[in-house]
Design a protein around this ligand. Structure first.
Ligand code: CUA
Length: 395
């Protein structure tokens, strides 16, 4: 293409690139895009964004057109007259002060209105959810329902969820791009956020993120949100509020509603690879003994950090509550799928699986950075397989 033709084609090319950039945001093929809004909160903020974009575009086009016309029409020509010298123009000056003032008012009124709407107390009858940030996982409590869970949030559609945001350590930030958020969890302070998942969102799963840098595994501090029908939520909640089976038996009875694994959208299924050099004999998982596994909770030191309601030995609130761990789809702050082989490797060496993880290395002979030595006691592969068998019963 000659230089001239390239110049002629440049505006069209630029337009095409701009259009591509605009359409690239918000398509359903971008499942973590904040431009897909599915709640009252997101929708009202999106309306503000549209208004800002509209007025911004109007101002840009008018100013650039005026600039181009002025440059071309009043450019210096050979032999042209000398420029006329003037001092001020009251009419013009009043106009270009008044127009921006009016535009600012048109932006300010809806902005202030939206701030008051979204900062108001949650409507009566909202579902209370406490969100507690930990390095690097999420604790979710439903205080009215007696539920404590981790990294997976169930929300009934059509009902407002009212979040109380807290942290036990550093500042984190709660964000579900398609629902709302980016609200910080601040040390020694409680923050609030509420939104209502649209009624047509039943049987959907979403990604949630920590969006404030909080240390080594900030990028690995994720969670999942399941928006479900109110009766499915009630079924899930009724079971989650129950204690775990104790002593361990195979008969777990009804497990309540759990979001079906086969309905998980591709983007909510973790694909983190198992780190190289973390070996585990998967054949041991076949014959895991849950009763022996329960004893290994103590030998492995798990009871120092974890709660399993119904198991009087495991009552520590430091780590994620494991009462119904087998009903979750993910492990380790949403980083890995929750299946037996991955759980076994996580137990064996969590710090290898997730950089900076505070979970102790449990596998015998594995390197534990905390003591700068290999674990002397801990659990061998067979003991870990038994422990996995027990944890897999906690549906
Ligand atoms: Cu928690 Cu970043």
């Amino acid at each position: 293409m000659s230089m001239l033709r390239l110049r002629q084609a440049a505006p069209a090319l630029l337009l095409a690139v701009c259009l591509l950039a605009i359409t690239a945001c918000g398509g359903t093929e971008y499942p973590n895009s904040t431009f897909n809004h599915h709640t009252d909160f997101n929708t009202s903020i999106d309306a503000l964004w549209d208004r800002l974009l509209f007025w911004g575009t109007v101002v840009f086009v008018v100013v650039e057109l005026a600039l181009l016309v002025t440059i071309i029409r009043y450019r210096k020509r050979p032999g042209g007259p000398a420029a006329k010298q003037i001092h001020g123009n009251a009419a013009l000056e009043i106009t270009w002060t008044a127009i921006p003032a009016v535009i600012l008012v048109l932006i300010a009124i809806p902005t202030v209105k939206t701030i008051f709407e979204t900062q108001a107390p949650a409507p009566a009858g909202a579902l209370k959810v406490e969100v507690i940030g930990h390095q690097w996982w999420w604790e979710f409590r439903y205080p009215e329902l007696g539920i404590t869970t981790a990294n997976e949030l169930y929300l009934p559609v059509g009902r407002t969820a009212s979040f109380e945001l807290k942290t036990v350590d550093v500042i984190h930030s709660f964000w579900i791009p398609q629902m709302g958020g980016k609200r910080d969890l601040i040390t020694n302070k409680t923050n609030f956020l509420w939104f209502t998942p649209n009624a047509d969102l039943a049987s959907s799963a979403w990604n949630g993120f920590c969006t404030e840098y909080c240390g080594t595994s900030h990028a690995n501090m994720r969670f999942r949100v399941f928006t479900v029908q109110p009766d499915e939520f009630a079924s899930w909640a009724a079971h989650q509020a129950k204690p775990a089976v104790y002593p361990a038996t195979d008969s777990v009875g009804s497990t309540g509603y759990v979001f079906p694994a086969e309905m998980l959208p591709e983007h909510t299924v973790p694909k983190t690879p198992i780190p190289a050099g973390l070996e585990f004999d998967d054949s041991l998982l076949e014959g895991g003994d849950p009763v022996a596994g329960m004893t290994n909770l103590m030998i492995g030191g798990c009871i120092g950090c974890h709660t399993i309601d119904g198991n009087p030995m495991a009552q520590s609130p430091i780590g994620p509550n494991l009462t119904h761990i087998a009903s979750r789809h993910t492990l380790a702050g949403g980083l890995f799928p929750n299946d037996a082989p991955t759980l076994a490797r996580w137990l064996k060496n969590a710090k290898k699986m997730k950089p900076g993880a505070l979970m102790n290395v449990v596998g015998r002979g594995e390197y534990e950075p905390l003591i700068k030595a290999n674990v002397d006691g801990g659990l061998d592969d067979k003991q870990i397989a038994d422990l996995v068998a027990y944890l897999r019963l906690l549906k």
